[in-house]
Design a protein around this ligand. Structure first.
Ligand code: AMP
Ligand code: MN
Ligand code: MN
Length: 348
């Protein structure tokens, strides 16, 4: 069935044989789940497919690698893979640098790049770009492509797509959870996905140290004087002390959002190499995508990120200034705390 959104991608799939799939650095459940579902679908159509990312999947998404091999970058393997590739399909991102070490291979002459993404932006660098910010997950986009031939959806693809959906909706708790999301989830469950076991995998604690690490970060949670901004600071010594890594902070930045008065939350992770990874979340009013893009990052309206050059202290100062300005620009009557107060106490 012809569909303007998919015509060019359909034509590419019909015309080419050898595909490489890749997603952003620090791959997450949406990027990896989308890759696995698409890889299985392309393989079922007789294509040669390699999934090739900057890094390996975090431990809690290892179960996806049992469905399709998830290769991590090495120079030698990159040369081999891209010498043969005809199409690079980039999932869940659109700024080329976010491919990490895979980025330079995207420019190979003769290689056609297709992007399937749900981030806000106009930076998609592919020759074929399917960008749909209204989708809750890239997995939803892949599902839309696949479900036009419902018979082609296998239980394995369903499990991978469910992982993508659960990851990017925060287990159906974020504001991107709409009727389409639940309809998709229902269909995937009909196909045999066991929600409880997939969610247990995704939220699995690697060991007790991970729980103690989370406890440490929650104890050390910082807030601005007016309580509108809350933030976590993660340093390399904490990773060593608790035997954890960056993937173990996943989901934590969402916790303080539901505290009355908190407008924005950030997680500052000192990557130990003069760079700081910044994760931003909004309680529903501050446009953190706007804040992130003004500083060179991206994402979604209420969940965005940036990687800043410099020290943790510099990142903290820069981000508190930017978020503080965004909070100050809010209509006080619309702030989280004001909204929670009785209407009579609000000035009109
Ligand atoms: P995270 O806080 O890492 O879960 O990311 C939240 C959202 O922001 C996700 O949609 C990311 O893809 C996006 N994002 C995170 N870091 C960056 C970055 N450096 N550049 C562009 N987008 C980012
Ligand atoms: Mn992602
Ligand atoms: Mn996503």
């Amino acid at each position: 069935m012809s569909d303007p959104l998919w015509d060019e991608f359909d034509a590419l799939v019909a015309a080419k044989q050898r595909f490489v799939l890749s997603t952003h650095v620090n791959p997450d459940g949406d990027g990896l789940g989308s890759e696995v579902a698409l890889a299985l679908a392309l393989k079922a159509r007789g294509k040669d497919v390699v999934v090739f990312n900057d890094g390996p999947p975090p431990h809690n998404f290892a179960f996806l690698a049992a469905l399709f091999p998830l290769e991590a970058f090495s120079e030698a393997r990159a040369e081999e893979v891209f010498a043969a590739a005809e199409v690079l399909v980039v999932l869940d991102m659109q700024n080329k640098e976010r491919l990490g070490r895979v980025a330079k291979y995207a420019d190979r002459p003769g290689l056609v790049t297709a992007i399937l993404d749900h981030h806000v932006g106009d930076a998609a660098f592919g020759q074929v770009n399917v960008v749909a910010p209204e989708k809750a997950a890239t997995g939803e986009l892949v599902y839309d492509w696949l479900k036009r031939d419902r018979a082609s959806l296998t239980p394995e693809m369903a499990k991978a797509l469910y992982t993508a959906l659960v990851t990017d909706t925060g287990s159906f708790r974020h504001s991107n959870t709409d009727p389409d999301v639940h309809a998709m989830a229902a269909h995937l469950l009909e196909l045999g996905v066991e929600s409880a076991s997939v969610q247990a995998e995704i939220n699995r604690h690697r060991h007790m140290g991970r729980l103690r690490f989370v406890g440490h970060l929650l104890q050390a949670l910082k807030t601005s004087d007016d309580g509108t901004i809350a933030w976590f600071e993660v340093t390399p010594d904490l990773f060593t002390r608790y035997d954890v890594d960056g993937s173990d902070t996943e989901g934590l930045v969402d916790f303080p959002r539901t505290v009355p008065g908190v407008e924005a939350v950030m997680m500052l992770t000192d990557l130990g190499s003069g760079r700081v990874k910044v994760s931003l979340r909004s309680s529903g009013r501050v446009d953190v995508h706007g804040v992130a893009t003004s500083l060179g990052g991206g994402g979604h309206r209420f969940a965005a990120g940036i990687t800043l050059e410099g020290t943790l202290a510099e990142a903290r100062a820069k981000m508190l200034a930017a978020l503080g300005a965004a909070v100050a620009a809010l209509d006080p009557a619309l702030r989280a705390y004001a909204a929670a107060r009785p209407a009579a106490s609000r000035s009109r």
